[in-house]
Write a protein that binds this ligand. Structure first.
Ligand SMILES: Cc1cc2nc3c(=O)[nH]c(=O)nc-3n(C[C@H](O)[C@H](O)[C@H](O)COP(=O)(O)OP(=O)(O)OC[C@H]3O[C@@H](n4cnc5c(N)ncnc54)[C@H](O)[C@@H]3O)c2cc1C
Length: 391
């Protein structure tokens, strides 16, 4: 990736915003179990940060995806993972399909305010019966006149308690499971939509994640994104931006923990010398930084291909897999060097240990990434056909 002055300027804008509008309040939001998404998003919207690669026609900056990734990377300088995740839902999970395939009318109604930060969005795919097997989801949207009538429920929905609308994946037909789904915009205030109690999470505690219930929810069919039955395919494409966002936004966060732990190891003495002077420790930091740089290279390569219009399913899945694993490795190694301090709730490494754990689960678990990579490598065993009786 060749960064231009515009990339560097964007990076500075995001960094300054985080230093001024996010980090001073981060601990209080973590304590409260919620951050004011509406207020933060409105300010980000004014700076154009919620529509970096979205069409100018709908209020976006119209820049290519490399600019979005620079901003994602910078979100890693937040004092924890929650706000970056919530922003990522808005920019890279709930809106890419709408921006790409929505009608102009739908984009004016829902994308424009999302980019402006006037509306908070959520992506509603996972269900309590299973998040990994997206094709098996049960929520249905039945046609009735010009409307869909939606019944079912979604689980672990980030931003849900503050959301103005959900980008919902539901079954709109009876056909094969990859061809019977549609993405539908469901305003949160529609009758029959109920957002359940905020879930008590291990990490990402400054963001809200809730179940959402849909009981005879009526929305016009014009709220469907793209062609009916193409929702599964669109969600798989939308996942590419979600996964690249996840990997890119993890980089600076990992570096920040490494740097904070190095500083601590320079101060902390055992047996008459600083911890950092132990070769086993300074070598470990060198190894971790090397791994982070490798992940950065993989992310940048995937982004270059994505900008060039190449399918990046393989590289994005690899980057997401590696980000999940490395996030666990870095936070675990750093926590260790803080000793008892690392085991305390408010310690930086302890927060990273809790927050980064999600990367291996959400947005497709590590094993799902491995399955995709195996499929593209041609080594995933096919489903065995049953032998005919007596055959
Ligand atoms: C904090 C948080 C925020 C989230 N935000 C959202 C959101 O905004 N929107 C949304 O739609 N979803 C969201 N999710 C849901 C998330 O995407 C799912 O939890 C995830 O996809 C895994 O689904 P599951 O929890 O049902 O696990 P399951 O599908 O039950 O799988 C359990 C575990 O089994 C393993 N596994 C699964 N399948 C296989 C396999 N084929 N082979 C080997 N191992 C396998 C994996 O390790 C997996 O973690 C969020 C989750 C959390 C925890």
């Amino acid at each position: 990736m060749r960064f231009t002055d515009e990339h560097h300027q964007l990076r500075r804008t995001v960094r300054e915003f985080i230093d001024k509008e996010i980090n001073p309040y981060y601990d209080a939001w973590e304590e409260a179990g919620l951050f004011p998404a509406r207020e933060v998003f409105r300010k980000m919207g004014k700076l154009g940060l919620l529509g970096i690669n979205k069409p100018e026609q709908f209020g976006g900056m119209g820049l290519d995806y490399s600019y979005q990734v620079v901003a994602d990377e910078e979100m890693g300088t937040c004092a924890g993972g929650s706000i970056g995740m919530a922003v990522g839902v808005q920019t890279s999970m709930a809106t890419p399909a709408l921006a790409r395939w929505g009608t102009d009318e739908l984009r004016r109604e829902f994308l424009v305010p999302a980019i402006a930060g006037e509306m908070v969005t959520a992506i509603a795919v996972s269900e309590v019966s299973g998040g990994s097997d997206v094709a098996a989801l049960k929520t249905s949207a039945r046609k009735d006149g010009d409307d869909y009538v939606i019944n079912g429920s979604k689980m672990w929905i980030t931003n849900a308690s503050q959301a103005d609308w959900f980008c919902l994946l539901a079954n709109t037909g009876e056909g094969p499971v990859h061809m019977n789904k549609s993405l539908i915009i469901v305003p949160a205030k529609t009758r029959g939509v109920t957002v359940g109690e905020k879930l008590d999470k291990l990490g990402m505690r400054a963001s809200d994640t809730c179940p959402v219930y849909f009981e005879d929810v009526r929305v016009p069919q014009r709220h469907r994104i793209g062609a009916e039955g193409m929702g599964f395919m669109m969600q798989m494409v939308q996942f590419q931006e979600e996964r690249l966002f996840g990997a890119a936004s993890s980089l600076r966060g990992m570096e920040k923990i490494v740097q904070a732990t190095i500083a601590y190891c320079k101060e902390r003495e055992t047996f008459g010398s600083p911890l950092i002077d132990n070769q086993v420790i300074h070598f470990r930091f060198a190894e971790l930084q090397t791994e982070i740089e490798l992940l950065r290279s993989l992310v940048y390569r995937a982004v270059e291909d994505y900008v060039a219009g190449t399918d990046v399913t393989m590289l994005a899945s690899m980057a997401k897999l590696k980000a999940g694993r490395l996030g666990r490795e870095v936070s675990d190694a750093c926590l260790q060097y803080w000793g008892g301090m690392g085991f305390m709730w408010d310690n930086v490494a302890s927060r990273a240990y809790r927050d980064t754990r999600l990367m291996s689960i959400g947005g497709g678990a590590d094993e799902i990434m491995l399955g995709i990579i195996c499929k593209l490598m041609g080594i995933l065993p096919g489903k065995k056909k049953k032998k005919p009786a007596g055959g």
